[in-house]
Structure formats: C-alpha cells, structure tokens
Design a protein. Structure first.
Lengths: 205, 668
C-alpha cells in the first residue's frame, strides 16, 4: 500500500517537474529534438519490473519516461492514451530496457480516430491483441530521421517488433512510415520516439 | 569396512560434541544447527530487490585488489582494481590507466593489498574515500567512494614492506605508512650481516587534502631498524598521537622465525605527530633526495598521470625530543589498536598468550615523570608499569592478532592459533564470550572499527584457512569471511562467505553514508560534456581516423548498438593503431566493451561518457573484426566492425565509414 502511494507521489512529482522542460521539445515537423526530461529519483523498484527504476541526475530519460511526462505547448499530454494502452497491455518494461528501440508514438487523436477498435482492444480479454498492436509501433535499433531518409532512399522496409514490416517513404522531405507522417522526433536514452498521427495497424502485406 | 569407518566417524563426532560444548550454545559439529534453530538465516536474508544495510570493503590481499560486499548478505558487488592489472575492466591495460601502476621500479603489474581504511570526519567514517596500502612495492592508494575507482597511488620511498598502513587520523589529516622490513636508508650496497644499527625503518605521514583527498608525504620519521607491523591513530583524548607496533627489535637479519622472538618484549612506538607537524611547520626536518611515483587519476580527462617525485622531508627522532617513545609490549606484537575513547592502546603479542593494554593517561604521566627505562637508539623507553593498564589473560586463547571495539566498552580480539574471537571488557579486562571461527582467523572488522563511533551490529572475522568449509576446488581453496551478530551479550555466528585473495582487514560503513539518503551520492554516469580527453568525441559526426606516420588514431564512438566508424581501410602491417573509444551513452548501467582480434592487450570496458584507449599492432594482412564485449543491448550481437589490413607499403589511403557514408554526413 505504502509503495503504491509512493509511486503516485513520484508520478505526480515527475509530471510537475516535467513542466519545466516542455519548452525544450519543439513541435516543428521533422525536427529532431533532444530532451532531458527530469524524473524524480527513487532507489527502489517497488516490486515492478525495470520500468520501476527511476531516472537519475544527469541521465537521459527513456521512451516510457518521456511518453509519460511529455507535454505540448498547450500543456496537454499527447501520449496519455498510448501510455494507458501500454499499461493495459503490460508492456511497460519493454519500453525501458536497454534497447535500442525506435518507437512510432501515436498521439491521442490517432487513437480517437479508431475509438471503437481501441475500446475493444482495451478489454482485458484482448490484452494480447493490444500488445501486438503496440509492439507493431516499435522497431528494434536506432532510426533517427537521417537514417529513415536513407532507408527510404534505398527502398528498405522497417522491421517491427510485431514481426511485420512497415514502409518508409520520403515525400518532399517529409517522412512517412506505414503511410503516416512523422510529426516530430525525440531522442531518448534507449533510442528514438517519432510522433505520428495514426495508429499503425499490422497487416499481412 | 564401511561400518568401521562410520563408527570411527561417529566416535569422532561425539568427541567433537564433548570438546566443543561452549557455555549456553548448542552446537552440532560445524554444521551450525544453532543457526537454523535460531533466526540466523533470517538475519542475513536480503530479499530479492532489497538492499544491504552496510558496505564491507574487504582487502584482496595478494590479488592486489579491494572487494566490495554487502552486509549482512555477504554478496559480492564489485572487485575494485587497485594495485594489480585487471583485464576484465582494462585496468592497467588501457593507455589511460597504465600510469596508475608506475613506480620507481618501472611498471609493476601486481601488488599485495592489505589494510583498507575509510576517511573520517570528527572521528566517524564519512564515506568519501577509502585508502589501502600495498606491502611489496610500498604504496598507498586512494579510492573514490563516489566512483568506486582508484584515483591515486603514491609510492613510499626509503621503505620496504609497507605493512603498518594505511590508517587514517580522525579528521583525515594524515594517512600513514610504515616499514615492515627495515632497510638501509637511503639504500646502499652493504653486507646484510651488518644490518644491526645500520638499517632504518621509515614511518611516513601523508597529508590528505581535505577537498580533493590528494596525498602528499609531509614527513618521514627515520626510526631504528625494527619491523613496524601495524598501527592505529589516537582518537578523542589521544588525537594527535599515532601508535605503531614493532617486532624484531632484535634486528635479526636471518631466520626471524626464531631470531626475532628472543626478546620478551618488543615495543609499541608512540608518536606525537602534532608535535612533529609543528616542528616541520617551523622549518624542521631535512629534505633529502628520493625517487618515488605519484600517480593521479582525473575523471574529466579519464586519464592517469604519473609523476616521479625527487625529494622527501626526513625527521630524525633525536631532533624532536618529547615526540617519540617506546612502550614495552609482549611479545612480537602484531595488531596495535586503540579503543573508541582513545584511552586504551592494545598490543596483541602474537607469540604471547596475553594482550597488553596500555593507558594513554598513564603514558602522559609517565612522560611528565620521565618514568623511563633507558632508551633505544636515543628514543626513551617508558617503564612498563608506568604505562601499562593491565593484561588480558584469555585462558586458552593463543596467538592474539587484532582487536576491534563496540561502543559498549567491549573489545573483540582474534586468536590465530586457537581459531577464535574473544570478547572482553576493556575496563575490567574480563573475558565475556568466545566463539570458534573456521579457521585460523587473521583480522576482524566492525564497521567504523577504527573510529570513535563503531557500529554495534556486525563483526566480520577473516579467516586464512577454510579446509572443509566449502565445496573443494582442488588444492587451492578460498579464504573466507564469517559474519557475527554482536548486538547481544553473546556473539552469534550468522554466515560464511568466501573472499577473493587473502582478506587482510576490511573496512565497513553503513550504506546510506555512501549512497546518500536519496541514493544519489554515487556516480552513475560521466557527463559527456565534461569529458576533456584529447581524443573524446561528443557525437558520431566527430568520429574519424587519422594517420600520423605509422600511427593510426581512431576516434571512435560507441552507442546502442554500433560503433562509428565500423568499416576502416588503409591500415597496414607494421602500423600501431590506437582505438580511442568514447561511450556516447548518458544512461546508467549501459557500458560497452571493445576488443580487436590480435590485440596484445585486454578488452576495454567503457562507462557512459568515458573515453578509453587500447592499441593494436596488426601483424597479418586481411580483414579483421572488432566487437562489443559487454552484452549491452538487444542488438549487442550486431555491434561489430571490420578493419582492412593491407601489406606494408600499400598505397591504400585511410578511409572510414558507417553504413557506407562518412560518419555524421547528412543524407538528403
């Protein structure tokens, strides 16, 4: 019980601290932004997996820490649905491990576009299917924009953790993965986050 | 036949029962059924994910290193390389760390580490640094307890066998060194049999910089040519004094086993260092030529520097009257320990059955009264009765070696020959408890033991011999530590755990003093923007390969999960290739390693933000791989690269790429 309260306090602390930093991350299209989101430190893992390990002084934040604390200019949390889905699917630990990972992170409005499907996937009995959709947004290895441009030029597909692939296209300098545009990019300690406006649905193609 | 053996065994067992029936303790041979009957297992159980309450830094002895354990679990966390090369960490192999092992005798890859001691503030261990001495090539090292890395090693000139070291005064003013093997001072070519009266034993006082911790030899006292074995500082009322045990006051130069044991009493040398400090501050002492290495590590350049120092200040005892006295002490004393109040100085005569307890108050009076019993080489010998508080007659105890203390007025002494720890009251000198150890215990450690404020919970006994205590591993078996709970009236044996090398002494401290209450005190990463290494790269765009004559310098980066560059051509047989490798990670616990086939050196294990260098002199043409040696990430197995080696005289120019392009080149 105590530890749960502790986590809550930590979380709220981290949100509070993160506010300072939201100016650092710009929302310009295709801008690679380095962000150092500070999260309060604790020394214990509170019985969780690796996602319970807090970020230390001077250390860069990982995928999950950024997704949980990032705020846009209006002060909104654009990844709250994604984070909720990650927690519902129980894949938090996969986003904090050594990686390297490249995560295509759909904003809340992306999930809203397919609200019925999302509602269905959030049901406990669909946990596995939800996990499969989520890991279809994760490419093992580092793919900064520069690297994605190269992949597009060479006509390579991106292999995702779901076992399926997505296309990479360069349309007049704008990068599209799986048909959706990368809106912004954030370097994180264990790889990259590219923000997208659509949920990537695994297909057999 | 089998039954016969069994019955012999049973008989032997029952004999053990009869012999070992210690008061109040039910013991079944050495299987410690008592531990199960009680709650010993519970007391040492640190559940998965939980942290130990104390750090124990246990000397690695002839491994030359220092091992970091947790108490009460006995779990080994880290072996800190100090005086010996460590290929696992690249220590003493990388270009940056090689200078740490330089001495006046050149590069020495091994050392014999002995007595760790933690820095103190106002009489309590403060967790800033830990010092440890080296016996063979006399040296003292200082290790940072932020990074758990060796930051400094200083050689001790005019000295041999630095054994009575590296103990620290109660405000970390000084750390001391002493000479176990007296030698000509300065060294000269002379007959060994002329030793008596012609050798000396230097006692060195090294000033510790209160901010950086850096050590410098403030003065060396040129003492008579005895063997200076161990030492401890005064504290509280006796702060300002230091006490060194001596043996071989016979000054025998051969078969010391017999010839150094002829005198009934040897001495504890009592040194009023404050008086000598004052004498030196007023221009006393004489600067004499010397030659000794002073090696320091810098966490920004990630590089060690070795400087040879050419002078040392020497103080002759006769020039500082009233500063040095000899206290007669039975017989060939080994440990020389001072209780937390600073009043009692205990000499453990390893060949005597008794411990000699001297009184600091009596010492002051004896000096005032000039209660002397002649002198040795001009140094006054205090009359035994005038300084002695009493003796502990521990009965069957034989071979007392070392004593530590709790805050309740009790002392704990190890007995090598009778393999036991004896608890006794310092004031009334009565034995309170005794406990067998397995076997032949040398040192013991109570966290904060060398301070005014020891911790009353744990005692670690360090044993030289283990015989049948662990699964056998051929002729060589481990030495060991045994953890006792000393919080009650009786000592309770909780746990055995093996140690590396020989556990000469240890130092312990509560974990929060090192971690900080919030866990933030220790270093987690090195900040890349503070890296001043001349070959550091801050991004992949800065990585490059440059030829300078037959030297090829690769400024390489590593990050999950690739090297940059990872394809290099233009290297030729006969070149000397320098891999200057920077770990670009800024994330805790993400080191990368690197090794190259054919490199005549160890791997490098590089912490986040650090730059480290190894060299490779290719002897064969071909295409040769290098790779990451530490499982760093999901794509660790992909973290590799190739170097093309062309024949000597080839005109292939240097080129380097990552995925077909010059690293960092913009791709539009």
């Amino acid at each position: 019980m105590k530890s749960k309260q502790f986590i809550l306090i930590l979380l709220s602390l981290s949100l509070f601290i993160a506010c300072k930093n939201d100016q650092k991350a710009t929302t310009e299209t295709n801008t690679e932004t380095e962000t150092k989101t500070e999260v309060a430190t604790a020394t214990k893992t509170d019985g969780q997996g690796q996602s319970g390990v807090a970020q230390g002084d001077g250390e860069d934040a990982n995928v999950l820490q950024v997704a949980m604390t990032y705020k846009d200019k209006e002060g909104n949390m654009p990844f709250s649905t994604l984070v909720a889905a990650v927690k519902a699917a129980g894949v938090e630990d996969a986003l904090v491990n050594a990686g390297p990972l490249t995560v295509f992170a759909p904003v809340n409005s992306a999930f809203a576009k397919i609200q019925d499907t999302v509602d269905e996937l959030l049901k406990p009995e669909n946990k596995e299917a939800l996990a499969n959709v989520l890991i279809h947004h994760v490419a093992p290895s580092n793919f900064p924009i520069k690297k994605l441009k190269k992949e597009a030029k060479k006509g390579r597909k991106l292999y995702m953790a779901s076992g399926k692939s997505v296309t990479v296209e360069n349309k007049d300098g704008k990068i599209f993965v799986g048909g959706t545009e990368i809106l912004m990019s954030v370097k994180v300690s264990n790889g990259w986050i590219h923000v997208v406006g659509d949920v990537l649905v695994p297909t057999d193609k | 036949m089998k039954t016969f053996i069994k019955s012999i065994f049973l008989f032997a067992l029952s004999a053990v029962f009869m012999v070992s029936c210690a008061p109040s303790e039910k013991k079944g041979s050495k299987s410690n059924k008592g531990a199960l009957a009680g709650n010993a297992a519970e007391k040492v159980y640190v559940a998965p994910g939980e942290l130990d309450s104390h750090y124990a830094f246990i000397s690695g002895g002839f491994s030359g290193q220092l091992a970091v354990y947790g108490l009460p679990s006995g779990r080994l966390f880290r072996v800190i390389p100090v005086f010996s090369q460590d290929p696992e960490k690249g220590y003493g192999y990388s270009e940056e760390t090689k200078p740490m092992l330089m001495t006046s005798h050149g590069f020495v890859p091994w050392g014999d580490s002995h007595h760790p001691d933690i820095s103190q503030t106002e009489g309590s261990v403060d967790g800033r640094w830990i010092f440890i001495n080296e016996n063979n090539t006399p040296r003292i090292a200082r290790i940072s307890l932020k990074t758990f890395e060796t930051e400094e090693i200083i050689e001790i000139p005019n000295s041999a066998g630095n054994h009575s070291s590296s103990f620290v005064t109660e405000n970390s003013e000084y750390v001391v060194a002493g000479t176990r093997f007296s030698v000509p001072f300065p060294q000269r070519d002379m007959s060994i049999k002329d030793m008596k009266g012609n050798f000396s034993g230097a006692l060195s006082f090294l000033k510790i910089d209160p901010e950086s911790g850096e050590m410098n030899i403030a003065f060396q006292i040129k003492m008579p040519g005895f063997n200076y074995d161990l030492s401890h500082p005064g504290r509280g009322k006796s702060h300002g004094w230091f006490f060194f045990s001596t043996y071989n006051t016979e000054e025998a130069n051969s078969l010391l086993e017999n010839n150094a044991s002829r005198n009934d009493k040897d001495f504890i040398a009592a040194i009023n260092w404050k008086k000598i400090e004052e004498y030196v501050a007023n221009g006393g002492g004489k600067k004499v030529p010397a030659n000794y290495a002073h090696n320091t590590w810098d966490d920004n350049s990630h590089t060690a520097t070795s400087v040879m120092k050419k002078e040392v200040l020497v103080v002759e005892p006769k020039d500082v009257p009233g500063a040095i006295f000899f206290l007669p002490t039975a017989k060939s004393p080994h440990g020389c320990d001072v209780d937390p109040t600073g009043e009692y100085i205990i000499g453990n005569g390893k060949l005597a059955a008794a411990m000699t307890v001297h009184s600091f108050t009596k010492l002051q009076k004896a000096i005032a009264d000039k209660a002397f019993d002649g002198d040795a080489y001009g140094i006054p010998i205090i009359k035994f009765e005038a300084v002695n508080y009493g003796s502990v007659e521990p009965g069957a105890g034989l071979g007392p070696l070392h004593t530590e203390f709790d805050t309740r007025g009790n002392a704990y002494t190890t007995f090598f020959i009778s393999s036991e720890v004896v608890k006794w009251n310092v004031k009334d000198l009565k034995v309170l408890d005794r406990h067998k150890v397995y076997y032949s215990v040398g040192h013991l450690m109570i966290p904060g033991g060398n301070s005014r404020t020891p911790d009353d919970k744990y005692l670690v006994a360090m044993n030289k011999i283990t015989k049948d205590r662990y699964l056998p591993t051929g002729p060589e078996v481990c030495q060991s530590a045994q953890l006792f709970d000393i919080s009650g009236e009786k000592m309770e044996l909780l746990l055995d755990f093996p140690t590396i090398g020989e556990p000469h002494y240890a130092a312990g401290i509560s974990a929060d003093k090192i971690m900080g209450k919030d866990g933030k005190k220790t270093t987690k990463i090195y900040k890349l923007d503070e890296n001043t290494h001349p070959y550091a790269v801050k991004s992949e765009a800065e990585t490059k390969v440059v030829r300078k004559g037959n030297e090829v310098h690769i400024s390489m980066s590593m990050i999950r999960s690739h090297f940059s560059p990872d394809n290099i051509e233009g290297v030729k047989v006969g070149d000397k290739v320098f891999f200057h490798v920077t770990n670009l990670e800024q994330d805790y616990d993400v080191p990368h390693g690197i090794s190259m086939i054919g490199a005549n050196t160890s791997e490098l294990l590089i912490m986040p933000g650090r730059t480290t260098t190894f060299t490779w002199e290719p002897k064969q043409i071909g295409v040769w791989p290098f790779y990451c040696t530490d499982f760093c990430s999901a794509l660790h197995q992909e973290m590799q690269g190739y170097i093309r080696v062309s024949p000597k005289g080839s005109d292939i120019p240097i080129s380097f790429t990552l995925d077909g392009d010059i690293p960092g080149a913009e791709e539009e």
